[in-house]
Design a protein around this ligand. Structure first.
Ligand code: FES
Length: 185
């Protein structure tokens, strides 16, 4: 059986998600985004987590593929991500993010980067909008280790080797209180 699994994995396209699964996931995401739930056993959180690790972005026309509950692709303002039940949360000391740097943070609902842009703090999702790989902070950009795609600190796609550019990264509402960077997540 082990040999059979290995041989199967060598087939072209074996690393792609099952089309039937992607179809079901796309239908559920569309229902979720329309405010409906077709299966009460599937939580919104688990559904969106699954979306972050599959080709869901392609399924729903570039809207999904990120952790969170509301997202509209488009301008930077439109890309704001607001998870369900969001609240202001301190994620890192402002002094720990040097100018021009991006530092990773995680909350129970979001994995992202706090970026210091000349003393102004912003936050973007740390999950690649292609297939959900965790991005890495590199020199001046956020790099996806899966398919050599790079996003700017603001979340725009800088370069990629995909047939089609993935959507820009969602942004998060950010503020500084008592020396702590807080995100609305
Ligand atoms: S997961 Fe494919 S480019 Fe990031």
């Amino acid at each position: 059986m082990r040999t059979a699994v290995r041989l199967t994995s060598l087939n072209p396209g074996a690393d792609l998600p099952d089309p039937a699964f992607v179809g079901r996931l796309g239908r559920r995401l569309r229902l979720e985004l329309a405010g409906e739930v077709d299966d009460p056993r599937v939580s919104r959180r688990s559904l969106l987590a699954a979306a972050g690790t599959t080709a869901a972005a392609a399924v729903v026309g570039g809207i999904a593929g990120v952790a969170g509950d509301r997202l509209i692709a488009g301008t930077a303002a439109d890309r704001e991500l607001v998870p369900a039940g969001a609240a202001w949360q301190p994620v890192i000391a402002a002094s720990a993010v040097a100018a021009g740097q991006a530092v990773r943070f995680s909350t129970s609902s979001v994995d992202g980067f706090v970026v210091n842009r000349g003393g102004r703090f912003e936050a973007v999702s740390g999950i690649c909008t292609h297939l959900g790989c965790r991005l890495q902070s590199a020199a001046g950009h956020l790099a996806c280790p899966c398919h050599r795609t790079a996003f700017s600190m603001e979340g725009a796609v800088m370069w990629h080797v995909l047939p089609q550019a993935p959507p820009a990264l969602p942004t998060l509402r950010t503020r500084v209180r008592d020396g702590q960077v807080e995100v609305f997540a």
